[in-house]
Design a protein around this ligand. Structure first.
Ligand code: NAD
Length: 246
């Protein structure tokens, strides 16, 4: 029961999987949550000290069951990383309502539902919530009406959580990744977008999943025990430049 436990959503690949791995290296146990059952089982099966929970974070009943399974397996939950996300890029007139809802359902509703379901467990450990937004939530662009709006809402939701849950010792922070070459990003990043990012980012490159995992796990750890309500862009300096999103 002394071993800490993190719940990581969207843990079957990308930034979520790298985050799960870094928690494991830190000696934590990890509840790996994803809606892609096949990928989840394949990755969880290769690791010790993990529990895989198949769950669509936009489904309230599934999230309730996930929270029960996580707390039942681990006995304690010290951190929740709301990482599951989807990206669909399009301008206002080409974004139909079904697309808008699909993006909001995972990116925003999922963060609300998972946080709400796990707050009781996090109160017991004075744990941490870490929400993944995006630089698309900090800057407007011509392409990201649904995605950017969902991520801006996650930033505000983080501040609400920090303000409300601080009295229970729960910290809530938000990481805004810059571009990382995951399946999510490469499905929507055209060569034009990739080239523009390379030019605009002061470090002149995409980030890696591991670089994001380092920031995420730091903010969940006791090393960040006096940090809450913060929004940290891990983006190679992109947000500091004032350049528009490609
Ligand atoms: P990814 O597509 O590689 O991984 C996302 C994971 O989330 C997948 O395993 C997927 O199955 C899971 N998932 C999606 N919807 C889900 C749902 N409703 N319920 C449960 N699981 C679900 O993507 P990634 O790039 O690793 O993205 C992780 C997070 O980082 C996302 O929130 C994304 O918006 C954010 N982000 C990524 C980038 C980037 O460039 N990759 C930039 C900024 C922000």
């Amino acid at each position: 029961m002394d071993q800490k436990t993190a719940v990581v959503t969207g843990a079957a690949r990308g930034i979520g999987l790298a985050t799960a791995d870094l928690f494991l290296e830190m000696g934590w146990r990890v509840v790996m949550v994803d809606r892609d059952a096949e990928a989840l089982e394949a990755e969880a099966g290769q690791r010790q000290s993990v529990r895989a929970v198949h769950c669509d974070v936009s489904d309230p009943d599934a999230v309730t069951a996930m929270a029960e399974a996580a707390a039942g397996w681990a006995g304690r939950i010290d951190a929740l990383v709301n990482n599951a996300g989807v990206a669909e890029f399009g301008p206002i007139e080409q974004t139909d309502f079904a697309t808008w809802r699909r993006v909001m359902a995972t990116n925003l509703d999922g963060v609300f539902l998972c946080s709400q379901a796990l707050v009781p467990a996090l109160k017991e450990t004075r744990g941490a919530i870490l929400n993944i937004a995006s630089i698309s939530g900090l800057r407007a662009s011509t392409l990201r009406v649904a995605y950017g709006t969902s991520k801006a809402a996650v930033i505000q939701l983080t501040k609400q959580q920090a303000a409300e849950l601080g009295e229970y010792g729960i910290r809530a922070n938000c990481v805004c990744p810059g571009p990382v070459r995951t399946k999510l990003a490469m499905a929507v990043h055209t060569q034009e977008i990739i080239d523009a990012y390379h030019d605009a980012i002061p470090l002149n490159r995409y980030g890696t999943e591991r670089e994001l995992a380092e920031v995420i796990t730091f903010l969940c750890s006791d090393k960040a025990s006096y940090v809450t309500g913060q929004v940290l862009a891990a983006d190679g300096g992109f947000d500091s430049t004032g350049v528009g999103l490609p």
